[in-house]
Write a protein that binds this ligand. Structure first.
Ligand SMILES: [Zn+2]
Length: 270
């Protein structure tokens, strides 16, 4: 599943090909996405220059010069690629014809993703209610500490709660808690101010490392015949149950929290 680093890498991968371009035509081949593409609004973004492309949490936002935007979420299996000509792959659902002559293709096997057009300055339900991601200025220790100081939810589920902080997926939540020596079962109200600070520092460090790892795949975004693959950083706890902890002599444990797998070391994290 694409997490924040993959989304950031996707954004960087397509950016050089769509910046300052306009969309000549949009072809929807299969509109059974999580939310169907709003074709009626397509004329609002046709032949209008793309003025900006950015990422917020796991959303890619493309702004147009006339005050419209599109938001893209890759869902479980979505990806974008740019190509000189179309060579359809299975699950290529939406095709954007660019003024350069290239095409931007949205492919999604499981169709949990979405692409939606909206007015840039109007609130949009998918982007509202999202807390800041760890790279945003708002996401400082004061913010996190105040958000969670009365919470009786586990810190692991808090890190996955996009209303508190967005963009931290299941894999990285385990990695961040291992890096900060905090047990995933600890309640939000028992996490100190300094620990909140550490959580945010490690979040940025770990996500940055993954974005850097993805940098090597950037060439794949301009390619007619293959989909960009998702990349892995060296994971220290995730998926390592039964293996020795890198900090002590204990073995990594796997537990289930809110139906999601959590990996941690009982000795090193408390
Ligand atoms: Zn340990």
């Amino acid at each position: 599943m694409p997490e924040l680093p993959e989304v950031e890498t996707t954004k960087r991968g397509i950016e050089p090909y769509i910046s300052n371009q306009s969309i000549k035509k949009i072809l929807v081949r299969n509109n059974k996405l999580r939310i169907p593409f709003n074709k009626k609004l397509a004329k609002e973004i046709t032949n209008i220059e793309i003025s900006d492309i950015k990422r917020r949490a796991k959303y890619i936002i493309v702004d147009f010069a006339n005050g419209y935007s599109i938001v893209i979420h890759l869902g479980m299996t979505g990806n974008l690629r740019v190509s000189k000509k179309i060579k359809y792959l299975k699950h290529d659902h939406i095709i954007f014809y660019l003024s350069s002559g290239n095409v931007l293709i949205y492919n999604d096997v499981r169709r949990f993703g979405l692409i939606q057009i909206y007015r840039t300055n109007e609130s949009f339900f998918l982007l509202d209610n999202n807390g800041p991601d760890p790279f945003e200025k708002e996401a400082n220790a004061d913010y996190l500490f105040n958000k969670i100081k009365k919470s009786t939810a586990s810190i692991k589920s808090i890190l996955l709660n996009h209303k508190v902080i967005s963009g931290i997926g299941n894999i990285y939540a385990s990695e961040i808690l291992f890096a900060t020596n905090i047990s995933p079962t600890r309640l939000g109200k028992d996490v100190s101010y300094d620990e909140c600070k550490k959580i945010l520092q490690e979040s940025k460090k770990i996500l940055s490392k993954a974005i850097k790892a993805g940098g090597t795949t950037l060439n794949d975004y301009f390619n007619a015949e293959s989909k960009p693959g998702y990349f892995k950083i060296q994971l220290k706890v995730y998926g390592r149950d039964g293996q020795k902890c890198s900090k002590c002599e204990s073995n990594i444990l796997k537990i289930t929290q809110s139906n999601r797998s959590t990996y941690f070391c009982k000795e090193s994290q408390n």
